[in-house]
Design a protein around this ligand. Structure first.
Ligand code: SF4
Ligand code: SF4
Length: 196
């Protein structure tokens, strides 16, 4: 991405002109960050400061750049490099909404076309049904925080809804339960496997 960007970016600045953060008045200018690709670390430090307030929405890469380059990824790298170098962002000008903000909103229909996701857009009616799996593997970490600790052993019979993994008291996490009646066939640190 960096090599292509370095040679192909013509500094048209479309990535910046469409950037929602820039339009809100923040000091984000991905076309300047793209300049960092052609510089040594010292030059990079100067241009990368324009990446700091990028929220990584991806609009510049996925929609705005007419050359299919990667300004969002350049901003990701810029932020990483600055963090590694211990550099802190300092807003240099007051935050003022860009006068063109309202006129540069990206129409969703065009965005969908550009992202080529239209073909996936169709009605998805709810289909009632039941499934009777012969075996289930229940992950002990299906949530933020800590994994649950298994509360069952190989060979133990369990009922649907029965606790099979418990999170330590006082820790963030969620207990997990058997989804079918059956017999425990395997217990690892990652999952509990139950045969119907
Ligand atoms: S829109 Fe693309 S070509 Fe234009 S400045 Fe940004 S990265 Fe470079
Ligand atoms: S990814 Fe960053 S630079 Fe690109 S449009 Fe979004 S906020 Fe702006």
């Amino acid at each position: 991405m960096a090599h292509i960007g370095k040679s192909a970016c013509d500094q048209c600045s479309y990535c910046t002109e469409f950037c929602p953060r820039y339009l809100l008045g923040y000091e984000v200018q991905p076309h300047k960050v793209m300049r960092s690709l052609g510089f040594t670390l010292t030059g990079g430090d100067i241009w990368n400061q324009w990446s700091e307030l990028c929220c990584a929405c991806g609009l510049c890469t996925l929609y705005a750049c007419p050359e299919d380059l990667y300004p969002k990824e350049a901003c990701d790298q810029g932020k990483q490099d600055r963090r590694a170098a211990g550099l802190k962002f300092v807003q240099q000008a007051p935050v003022e909404v860009h006068p063109m903000k309202e006129y540069r909103r990206v129409p969703l229909s065009q965005l969908r076309r550009r992202l080529q996701v239209e073909e996936y857009e169709r009605e998805t009616p709810y289909q009632e049904g039941t499934s009777q799996p012969a075996m289930v593997r229940i992950k002990l970490k299906q949530h933020a925080g800590q994994a649950a600790n298994p509360t069952v052993q190989d060979g133990k019979k369990v009922k649907k809804g029965q606790l099979v993994g418990r999170v330590e008291d006082g820790k963030l996490g969620a207990n997990v339960h058997a989804s079918i009646d059956g017999k425990v066939r395997a217990v690892t640190a990652e999952y509990v496997e139950i045969s119907a």
